[in-house]
Ligand binder design. Structure first.
Ligand SMILES: Cc1ncc(COP(=O)(O)O)c(C=O)c1O
Length: 391
């Protein structure tokens, strides 16, 4: 006999929609000959020496739980890396937490700081998880529109206009997925000023920090007075081509890390041990591989941006991550229609801009972390498609 339940899913879960990205991938998984500019992950395999370190760890029998916060050696290496890269000092024992990717770190950060009804300000468009994470933590996402004319950077006056007595934090992710935008240091300084004035926390997702082209990444926690109020999230997925290892971290004040660790210890216990060993190796000697991959992404970025322009989809120049975000308004279609038709007619998978927020309408996200040959073939097909449907 089946049991009658009032309602299966909670109101919080009912409030969020399934990821708009997944829908496309389910569709294309059933098709042959598709070129995917869809999934946002490196096409490189994790560098061999990193894989080898993990394999060796298994041979040595590293198969048990680690400390909840992560292996002490990994936290020490991470602390050194953050000091060397940004001149930031984080105590490996109390101010760092190793997580299951930035995904878990985002979830922990929002759950650790939000009470029901607290508001979190974030850019639109932005990474697909930001708004759902806030909702699942009981908070309310407050979107700040950004646009191509402003290089998809957050405007401080737009943020300030949305601050209320309920605002708890600003959530930013630069370099940006999906636009490839990088916020200038000047703009970030102004954002820091707003955060300070209104005593807001800042969650800064810097997973793409290493993937910048011709510009310098500004780490938000390095801005004057910001270290104590910033939850700095970073990871290994993108820079070291380690998406499948599921390893990331949070760096923040002792109080915030303690709060995040409380949730982490009951829900996750610890990040996978083998992946933690791989991350130690990545931090110790992964730098040459990172630089090589960045150089390669840059070559593809230039081909993608020029190619899009040549086929009549000129886009603003992405300076970070591995995405181009061209407008498709010339087609007269919505982003969803464009992506769906392009997949059906030309077998090229892109993600509709609306998967990242309302301000993504009229845009598509093209990931260029794929081979040059595939990028060129995709551009050829897209060119044919645009010519056919141009209004
Ligand atoms: C902006 C951004 N943040 C976080 C993540 C999640 O990364 P991870 O693999 O570390 O969970 C992604 C993955 O695409 C991302 O694009």
């Amino acid at each position: 006999m089946s049991i009658k339940v009032r309602s299966i899913s909670s109101q919080r879960v009912n409030q969020i929609a399934p990821s708009g990205i997944r829908k496309f991938f389910d569709l294309l998984a059933s098709m042959e000959g598709v070129i995917s500019l869809g999934v946002g992950e490196p096409d490189f395999t994790t560098p061999w020496h990193i894989r080898e370190a993990a394999i060796y760890s298994l041979e040595k029998g590293y198969t048990m739980y680690t400390s909840n916060s992560g292996m002490p050696e990994l936290r020490r290496e991470l602390s050194r890396y953050l000091k060397d890269s940004y001149n930031l000092s984080y105590d490996p024992d109390t101010e760092l937490l190793i997580t299951v990717g930035v995904s878990e770190a985002l979830d922990l950060a929002t759950r650790a700081i939000l009470d029901p009804g607290d508001e979190v300000i974030m850019p639109d468009p932005c990474y697909v998880s930001y708004s759902p994470c806030v909702i699942l933590a009981g908070g309310i996402p407050i979107m700040v529109p950004t646009n191509e004319e402003n290089n998809f950077e957050l405007n401080t006056s737009d943020i300030e206009a949305r601050v209320t007595s309920k605002t708890k934090a600003i959530l930013i992710g630069y370099p940006s997925n999906p636009t490839g935008a990088v916020m200038s240091r000047e703009k970030l300084l102004r954002l820091a000023e707003v955060a300070r004035r209104h005593q807001l926390l800042v969650i800064s997702d810097e997973i793409y920090a290493r993937l910048v082209y011709g510009v310098k990444h500004t780490c938000f926690a390095t801005l004057p007075g910001m270290k104590e109020s910033t939850i700095f999230l970073g990871g290994f997925s993108k820079a070291y081509a380690m998406t499948g290892w599921r390893i990331g971290y949070a760096a923040a004040s002792k109080e915030i890390i303690a709060a995040m660790t409380k949730i982490h210890q009951y829900t996750i216990m610890c990040a996978p041990t083998m992946a933690q060993v791989a991350a130690i190796e990545a931090l110790k000697s992964g730098e040459p591989s990172v630089l090589e991959m960045v150089e390669d992404y840059n070559r593809r970025r230039l081909v993608m941006v020029k190619g899009l322009k040549d086929i009549g989809l000129p886009c603003f120049e992405p300076k970070g991550a591995f995405y181009a975000f061209p407008p498709i308004k010339v087609s007269g279609m919505t982003s969803e229609e464009f992506a769906e038709k392009l997949l059906m007619e030309e077998k090229v998978a892109v993600v509709p801009g609306t998967a990242f927020g309302q301000c993504g309408e009229g845009y598509i996200r093209c990931c260029y972390a794929t081979s040059l040959a595939e990028i060129e073939e995709a551009l050829l097909r897209m060119g044919r498609f645009v010519k056919k449907h141009k209004k």
